[in-house]
Design a protein around this ligand. Structure first.
Ligand SMILES: Cc1cc2nc3c(=O)[nH]c(=O)nc-3n(C[C@H](O)[C@H](O)[C@H](O)COP(=O)(O)OP(=O)(O)OC[C@H]3O[C@@H](n4cnc5c(N)ncnc54)[C@H](O)[C@@H]3O)c2cc1C
Length: 285
């Protein structure tokens, strides 16, 4: 498990011109895992669709913050902005700020800099929002299976906050895999959604139960095990099939490749512009 303390490897934090947004809210939910609200400073956010992403950035001169001893020469120290994409967690219905769910990558270039930023801190937010990992890629009446590892839950929270209604007409299931239960971000909100919406089901799963301080009473293994274990069949009262279900995959390559393989065997095909299948993937790594 990560222990994070702040160690500064830079002295300048970049110029005001490079930053155009302010962190208005920050919640640290687990070591090295945190949520921020970012508000534009003096400009309007563009409209966007749930599931899309925006780039965040900081100059290479911004302080690095991490728990590990590193050679600071190995990291950028120029004034140039370091930019990375982050899925938007907030719904397009929420105005004035964007919410992001972040994990500290210890050997990364940007996340150890973002981790140092507290409420009131300035960062760069791209004025353009992009991405086609959106529910609108699936027909309105199609059932949805959302599969995530780690922070890959982010776009689904935005989608669910936007499309889920109490009398949901289609079946929606969310499968979320993490190493430790402490990393099950948004768990309480998702459990409330599940209680309120009969056709929404949420399946968290933990892959390293032996590390838990208090015994994890829930499912253990990988998200792929939830798919092969037919948890959705039991929630929906029948098996999802390519003719009526679209599957969204978000997170690390290993999970996405393993799920693609399983889904391919069940007759699902990847969605592309040329050939609109039922599998939609957003790769973070
Ligand atoms: C469309 C898109 C949306 C994304 N949304 C999010 C998000 O909502 N939250 C988030 O934390 N990250 C997200 N990422 C990843 C993010 O863009 C950065 O890659 C990540 O923050 C690491 O950046 P870095 O500069 O610190 O490390 P880098 O120097 O860029 O990368 C270091 C290593 O970290 C790995 N890595 C990247 N992302 C993760 C991750 N999330 N968990 C574990 N290892 C990772 C990379 O594969 C690489 O090996 C998203 C990526 C894409 C392409």
């Amino acid at each position: 498990m990560l222990r994070c303390s702040c160690r500064l490897h830079g002295i300048s934090t970049g110029t005001m011109e490079q930053t155009n947004a302010i962190i208005t809210h920050r919640i640290d939910i687990a070591p090295g895992v945190w949520i921020i609200h970012v508000a534009p400073d003096g400009w309007e956010l563009p409209e966007f669709e749930a599931g899309q992403y925006a780039a965040l950035g900081l100059p290479g001169t911004a302080p690095l913050c991490a728990d590990v001893e590193r050679d600071s020469d190995a990291f950028s120290s120029s004034d140039e902005l370091i930019k990375r994409e982050y899925s938007i967690v907030s719904s397009p219905k929420e105005v004035g700020y964007l919410e992001f769910y972040l994990v500290l990558v210890l050997d990364g270039d940007l996340s150890p800099r973002l981790f140092c930023k507290r409420e009131g801190g300035r960062i760069w937010l791209d004025e353009t929002i992009e991405g086609s990992f959106t529910p609108s890629q699936a027909p309105d009446d199609s059932n949805l299976v959302m599969v995530a590892t780690g922070t890959g839950i982010a776009p689904y929270v935005s989608m669910l906050r936007t499309i889920l209604t109490v009398d949901e007409p289609r079946w929606i299931s969310l499968l979320h895999g993490v190493r430790h239960s402490i990393d099950l971000g948004y768990r309480e909100e998702l459990m409330s959604m599940e209680r309120l919406c009969d056709r929404f089901s949420y399946f968290p799963i933990v892959s390293r139960p032996a590390d838990e301080v208090v015994r994890w009473p829930g499912r253990t293994g990988y998200v792929q095990d939830l798919w092969t274990g037919s948890v959705i069949d039991r929630a929906w009262g029948r098996s999802p099939a390519p003719r009526d279900t679209h599957v969204y995959l978000c997170g690390g390559d290993a999970m996405i490749d393993a799920m693609m393989d399983l889904l391919g065997r069940d007759g699902y095909e990847e969605y592309t512009k040329e050939s609109p299948g039922q599998i939609h993937a957003e790769r973070y790594t």
